[in-house]
Write a protein that binds this ligand. Structure first.
Ligand code: M6R
Length: 380
């Protein structure tokens, strides 16, 4: 059932374009047009007014890769819908829950819907809301890939991320599907609050519709290059991943993928934080992967990457095809098509998944079942 792929992880990386197509088909209203003037939302997540009306702030609870997609969710909800959002590790939340108001939307994000820490955090949240007042209900939303899971029965409503069964322990297609869920949720909230014009919403939706084909191009063009590049890191023990703004969570995700399956120590940082400490780690033995997508933080990321280069680090850039600045800055370039910055994480993450995969596969490791890890962590 690996359909010719060497590992489930690689198969699942390749399934991403179709997963995104499935989400778009399921959740975009095909008849919507900004000139319609109708009261119909462009997004069709099937969530109630009681859940999404008058949201004052959002708190998101998750672990691991789901925590990374939640960080992206925060970026999108704040920047597109203008709603203050915080993200907490589920394991931290339980013993120090942040204060809420009746109009706080709480979101639990878990691929499996069975992660003990996330379920415990949501139970804490549920009990707290019951103890407070009925005004505080129903405002608990689940984002999960398993609509039959424990999480789904616990929360008031869910977004089903529709990625299909994921077997590789390293989350790949379930991550991009969760991020897709956050684009749609942020757009739905932006539509309700009119924080974006209908034309702005249409532009982002059109961009989303192009993503599956663009993801296919990244897979086709980059996989052979990355497989080759993976040969260069036989003795590497540490990696640094840098990203900023909307791509900061992608730096964290790239580092987590690498450490989880290759057992190489890797850290993700917001690129601007490098000079506040981590830069002391750099030398010729520590490769630095920088995500440099055109947009508001682009120049800053390039200059942060140059600071790393001045410390002899080997610099790998994830950037767009026609980028001249990048070709002067980076030793190796992994390219993706040029898209609006806000959509760029969906493309930038793919070379990082492939890099982690090929480094681990080259080391002969058990990519689908890394040591010490389980697909769903059902103990707290
Ligand atoms: O099923 P969940 O999304 O709740 O799982 C959370 C984490 O255990 C999970 O994302 C883990 O970090 C992955 N192995 C990452 O690839």
């Amino acid at each position: 059932e690996k359909q010719g792929f060497r590992h489930f992880m690689l198969k699942e990386i390749y399934e991403q374009p179709n997963v995104i197509r499935t989400c778009l088909d399921a959740y975009l209203n095909p008849h919507w047009h900004p000139q319609d003037n109708s009261e119909v939302s462009p997004i069709n997540l099937g969530l109630s007014e009681a859940m999404l009306g008058n949201v004052e702030n959002v708190q998101i609870l998750a672990c691991g890769t789901s925590w990374h997609s939640s960080l992206l969710g925060k970026y999108l909800i704040e920047q597109l819908a203008g709603i203050p959002t915080m993200v907490q590790y589920a394991s931290e939340f339980r013993y120090a829950p942040s204060p809420i108001t009746p109009n706080t939307l709480s979101i639990g994000v878990t691929q499996s819907g069975e992660t003990a820490d996330t379920l415990a955090a949501l139970e804490t949240e549920k009990q707290r809301r019951i103890a407070l007042d009925s005004k505080y209900r129903p405002r608990i939303l689940g984002v999960t890939n398993r609509p039959e899971s424990t999480l789904a029965h616990m929360v008031d409503e869910i977004i089903n991320t529709q990625a299909g069964i994921e077997i590789g322990v390293a989350a790949t297609k379930s991550f991009t599907a969760q991020v897709m869920g956050f684009y749609l949720l942020a757009l739905e909230l932006a539509y309700r609050r009119q924080s974006l014009s209908l034309e702005q919403i249409e532009t982002i939706i059109n961009g989303l519709r192009h993503l599956p084909r663009q993801m296919e191009l990244v897979l086709e063009k980059q996989e052979p290059i990355i497989e080759e590049l993976a040969h260069e890191f036989n003795d590497t023990q540490d990696f640094i991943f840098l990203g900023r703004g909307v791509n900061f969570p992608i730096a964290l995700e790239g580092a987590l993928k690498l450490k989880e399956i290759s057992y190489i120590h890797a850290e993700g940082y917001p690129a601007g934080e490098m000079k506040h400490g981590p830069i002391a780690l750099l030398d010729a033995k520590v490769p630095v992967v920088a995500i440099a997508m055109p947009g508001i933080v682009y120049d800053k990321v390039i200059s942060n990457a140059q600071e790393a280069k001045a410390r002899d680090a080997r610099l790998i850039g994830v950037t767009v095809i026609d980028d001249l600045d990048a070709s002067h800055t980076f030793n190796d370039i992994l390219t993706v098509p040029r898209v609006d910055e806000i959509l760029s994480p969906m493309l930038a993450v793919i070379p990082l998944q492939l890099l982690a995969y090929h480094i681990a596969a080259r080391r002969g490791l058990d990519v689908d079942q890394p040591r010490n890890l389980a697909k769903s962590v059902t103990v707290e």
